[in-house]
Design a protein around this ligand. Structure first.
Ligand code: B12
Ligand code: SF4
Ligand code: SF4
Length: 275
């Protein structure tokens, strides 16, 4: 087959994947050629065994999807409300990526989903707070956003309030352009408001999250049935979702008088459903 014909076929396949995502109400979809892992856009980068084609040698592309975390629910964190939302989004991410991988397999392209997290529970994270594949780096390489001081991937639509899932596929799909413009405005709200002191002021990846402090805080919240924390994604002013919900002023979290009815609602939710 000529390479032009193959390119056209892959454009069609990508369009079919996008349509499928659209029908499942998935707002963010991006694609990265696996060769992008071999040319690190910044250092330190991850060891080779974390590359998609190390995990699935047939992989030629990675499809990344993103689902939003509703800001008003996250604002109640730490709470049973955010915990339930987190669990719901996680189930959907795994189901959607599983279904997308089958959609591709049925069309003759070997494909597998990657779990949106990939650890057995908080005890596993306390032992080693790392997974076998980095979904946020996949999302970056698929052009979905740029890293912030909070170590999260910030997207134009939802800032860091988005969770990602990935499909490794043998199909050679056209890649999306990287988001090279930095969305983080270095306001340092995430650093100042982190209850575990786990974030520093340096840009990613020079400033890495103190994973153990964050994981220990998460373990304590888990003991009370109200993990995860997520304060560093709640207070970030980046994202069009803030406009949608009328929350352009991110100082409302530290200055109670600026949004007293919000604080009253969050305290109400926080007083139920946890230990
Ligand atoms: C382990 C983990 C944690 C741990 C460790 C966090 C951390 N910063 O690494 C804990 C429990 C603390 C945690 C907390 C949170 N997490 Co978390 N977490 C993960 C998980 C499961 C694995 C990350 C991983 O180990 N990847 C593999 C390694 C290779 O990649 P990496 O961690 O990004 O490591 C890079 C660098 O840190 C560096 N590095 C790492 N270790 C070392 C060591 C050395 C020596 C060097 C030189 C470099 C280096 O190199 C790597 C490449 O640059 C991912 C899901 C996934 N599978 O990707 C979610 C994920 C990163 N978490 C997520 C979120 C949202 C959170 C929280 C906000 C909690 C919440 N859900 O509300 C907090 C935020 C913490 C923060 N500000 O950093 C989202 C991020 C979404 C986004 N928009 O970016 C993810 C992608 C889950 C998802 N499917 O969407 N998390
Ligand atoms: S999740 Fe909470 S403890 Fe962890 S870095 Fe973010 S604000 Fe800090
Ligand atoms: S809260 Fe401010 S410093 Fe932190 S990631 Fe968002 S924009 Fe960057």
């Amino acid at each position: 087959m000529s390479s032009n014909k193959a390119d056209l076929m892959n454009e069609d396949l990508l369009e079919a994947v996008r349509q499928r995502c659209w029908r499942m109400e998935i707002p963010l979809v991006g694609v990265a050629d696996v060769r992008r892992w071999e040319s690190p856009p910044f250092l330190p980068w991850m060891p080779e065994e974390f590359y998609p084609h190390s995990i699935f040698p047939e992989a030629r592309s990675v499809i990344v999807i993103g689902l939003p975390i509703s800001l008003p629910v996250l604002e109640t964190s730490p709470s049973i409300y955010y915990r339930e939302l987190y669990a719901t989004v996680n189930v959907l991410l795994d189901q959607y990526t599983y279904r997308l991988s089958n959609f591709l397999c049925e069309r003759g392209h070997p494909s597998i989903f990657v779990p949106r997290d990939g650890y057995s529970g908080i005890q596993a994270l306390l032992k080693n707070p790392m997974a076998f594949f980095s979904v946020r780096h996949a999302a970056f390489l698929a052009g979905l956003g740029s890293f912030g001081v909070n170590n999260m991937l910030l997207t134009p639509r939802y800032g860091p309030r988005v969770r990602f899932g990935a499909v490794l596929t043998a199909a050679a799909l056209p890649s999306d352009p990287l988001q090279m413009e930095t969305l983080c405005n270095r306001c340092m709200r995430c650093v100042k408001m982190c209850p575990a002191g786990a974030l520093g002021e340096k840009d990613y990846p020079q400033g890495l999250t103190d994973r153990m402090s964050c994981a220990r805080h998460s373990a304590e919240l888990n003991r009370r049935g109200i993990s995860p924390c997520g304060i560093c994604i709640k207070v970030c002013p980046v994202g069009e979702d803030r406009e949608l919900f009328g929350r352009q002023d991110a100082s409302i979290y530290s200055k109670k008088e600026r949004f007293s009815e919000g604080h009253k609602a969050w305290e109400h939710v926080q007083s139920y459903g946890g230990l």
